[in-house]
Design a protein around this ligand. Structure first.
Ligand code: PLP
Length: 389
């Protein structure tokens, strides 16, 4: 038997990111001395707050390199609970909070604990691509709800009702979402939760981009119900992607099962990272993060009008995250080819819609404003030249 044939069947359904090809191409160009503007990267360019890095180093030096309990350091879970009180004015029992290796670890735990083979999980298309793979990993079936600008690129309760079948177990949404930056309002969350509850399913809300919301205050799904699974992370707002740390707030009834699975699958999240994250909630860090949020808002405003001026079609200014999902049909019928051509000719890297699903994916590209305005200006200048030829 060839090695290929020994690979699990599910691997056929796990897609690589197309943007990785683009990144490899960009890297090769950089090696040849070209100055690439990276607007494809889905992580903040800012480093972790100083206090966080210092606390991480101090933890390692103090020998805090052993396992923590599977649910994470009690002190960190307490800080998260306090953060919910401070930021959203809601009480979240420490017992319901579990530290995980990133939101990725959190999503895998929730899927592992809640989804049976053949269970259907409703997601959005476009949406965060790894979600359907997490579902596949546990032998579930991802069912994609096609979303458009008409519903702010979020699923509506009506759609959930239409897509719900006898096999549907869960609805998983992100707010703000990747790649569109769209936010669920309090009313949206209430309507969706009501619909999911009516169908006796579970509602999972990924709030990884909370904190990166610009013109209004975001609502956590926890304010709607204690029975919603909420996922969050230190990666985006807290600027800690590489520390691999996130969390789940679970309904009380499922906490023990999730803990049992975590004990087996991850044992625990990285210990130095957990000590580092304790410092993420200090006034010093939060002030620094607040300054960054303002910078992201300025970048969004700049890029939004710059792309409009270039002729990209954009829907309403997205509320959060650090992405603009732009229609490129004025320039090309195939956004994947367009991204490759743009990279080759202008050394500007952007992500094709196909990385986020299939629905109208050829018509869209994602710009990440994870570089300073000065760099984006160079990128926009190059695009202008390219598009006007
Ligand atoms: C919507 C969404 N959820 C989850 C993740 C995973 O993040 P992490 O595992 O770094 O916390 C990402 C990363 O880009 C994301 O965009």
């Amino acid at each position: 038997m060839s090695q290929q044939s020994l690979t699990a069947k599910r691997m056929k359904d796990i897609r690589a990111f197309h943007v990785m090809d683009l990144l490899a191409k960009a890297k090769a160009m950089e090696e040849q001395g070209r100055y690439v503007i990276h607007m494809e990267v889905g992580e903040p360019d800012f480093e972790s707050p100083q206090a966080v890095s210092k606390a991480g180093i101090a933890a390692i030096q103090a020998g805090k390199t052993h396992y923590t309990p599977a649910k994470g350091l009690f002190a960190l879970r307490e800080k998260i609970s306090h953060f919910y009180q401070q930021r959203y004015g809601i009480d979240v029992a420490v017992n319901r909070i579990m530290i995980t290796p990133g939101a990725s670890g959190a999503l895998q735990l929730v899927m592992g604990a809640m989804i049976d083979p053949e269970d259907e999980v409703l997601l959005t298309d476009p949406g965060y691509p790894c979600n359907r793979h997490f579902v596949r990993l546990v032998e579930g079936k991802a069912v994609e709800i096609k979303v458009t600008a008409a519903s702010n690129f979020q699923a509506t309760a009506k759609q959930v009702d239409q897509y719900w079948s006898d096999r549907t177990k869960a609805l998983l949404l992100a707010s703000p979402a990747n790649p569109t930056g769209s936010l669920l309002s309090k009313q949206n969350i209430q309507d969706l939760y009501r619909q999911v509850s009516k169908n006796q399913g579970i509602f999972i809300v990924d709030e990884i981009y909370h904190g990166l919301v610009y013109d209004q205050k975001e609502t956590t799904a926890l304010a709607i119900s204690e029975n919603i699974f909420v996922i969050n992370s230190f990666s985006k707002y807290f600027g800690m992607t590489g520390w691999r740390l996130g969390w789940i707030v679970a309904p009380e009834a499922y906490v023990d099962e999730l803990e049992k699975l975590a004990q087996n699958v991850f044992l625990a999240a990285p210990t130095p990272a957990q000590y580092a994250a304790l410092a993420a909630f200090s006034d010093e860090s939060l002030n620094e993060l607040e300054e960054r949020r303002k910078i992201f808002a300025e970048r969004r405003d700049y890029l939004y009008s710059a792309l409009q001026d270039l002729g990209f079609e954009l829907d309403d200014k997205p509320d959060g995250a650090f992405y603009l999902y732009a229609k490129c049909t004025q320039f090309a019928n195939d956004s994947f080819q367009f991204c490759h051509d743009v990279l080759e000719k202008t050394a500007v890297a952007i992500t094709p819609g196909i990385d986020f699903g299939d629905y109208k994916a050829n018509q869209y590209v994602r710009f990440a404003y994870t570089v300073p305005i000065s760099e984006m200006k160079i990128g926009v200048g190059r695009l202008q030249e390219y598009l006007s030829i």
